[in-house]
Design a protein around this ligand. Sequence first.
Ligand SMILES: *Cc1c(COP(=O)(O)O)cnc(C)c1O
Ligand code: SF4
Length: 359
Amino acid sequence: MAEEWVEQMQNQVNTLEELEKYINVTDDERAAIQTLKTRWGTTPYFASLMDKDDPQCPIRMQVIPSRKEELNEFGMDNYLVWKENRATGEVRPDSIARQYDDRIAFTVVEVCANYCRHCFRKELVVDQDLQLHFDVDEGLQWIADHREIRDVLITGGDPLLLSDDKLEYLVSKLREIPHIEMIRFGSRLPIVLPHRITEGLKKAIGGFHPVPVWVNTQCNHPKEITEMTERAVYALMSCGINVGNQAVLLKGINDDVSTFRELHQKLLRTRIRPYYLFNCEPAPGIDHFRTPVEKGAELIRDALRGHTTGMAQPTYVLATNIGKIPLMPDYYIVGKNEKEYTLRNHKGQLTKTRVIPAN
Ligand SMILES: *Cc1c(COP(=O)(O)O)cnc(C)c1O
Ligand code: SF4
């Protein structure tokens, strides 16, 4: 008998007929599914978290295609080629995206359990306009040949959809490379398919080794977290894998103060450490999810910093071809002289503190 997570994948909800078993599909949703040539779908588990009647349900909005994806005013054509520096002088395998000297993103698969409508790698993963060739051994060889690379971020698609054997191979090959100090997986599976965190997976990528493994997941709304998520995260941690979150700021989903705070508090309660909050990127066809760039900093100022546990605060960034650019709020320094700074807190209160002057 197939493992439960494999069955979930075999039964992916990706037809109108299947979707109608979970929700009352609206005319707009039906029209989008019937007209758009786009890959879409989710797991039966994630579909079961959708609100039956509310088309504004945060899970529905991330899963079901929309005609708004046909509009593109603020998106960039050939976005991924620009973003991942695929058209620059350095010759690299398609699987290696590089923005930094010491670390790279290593794409090993282009399938997902949930095809997020806001995906910044949409051209590749969802719309499949961009065809690339991902060869794991070719990527491993490139990493072995580049001694300046210390940190490998394994991505996709969703890399945890690879079999236990393939994952074990990947991790053990990377660990044989003397200059690799850490391995990260970017995976939405703890959220959209927590069944994937099996004993077999724990054996394949967990356990003590001087080269640690981290998992960064993507959770954008408190409704995405269930008891199964809590158990999956605990299972990962129980074998030495730390779990972080990379949320995307999404209009109408998490861009209000109360949802935003609840999301970050619930992540911590689930033992997931908020790592990044991404400004929704200028990939084509996702304008309807994008907020003004200042919004993320405002939310951190108004919902998180000082208002709740400091550990709940992610770094807000705009991802670009030259790296992630931090866009954190800067309201704190109100004035300064040669020996004193005037500082403002989250409530607007002012204080003065003695400082070492800059010279
Ligand atoms: C995000 C990213 C990284 C990792 O950046 P960190 O700030 O270290 O998390 C590395 N390479 C690429 C191409 C990336 O997009
Ligand atoms: S899981 Fe990641 S790669 Fe896959 S569609 Fe969602 S955002 Fe894109």
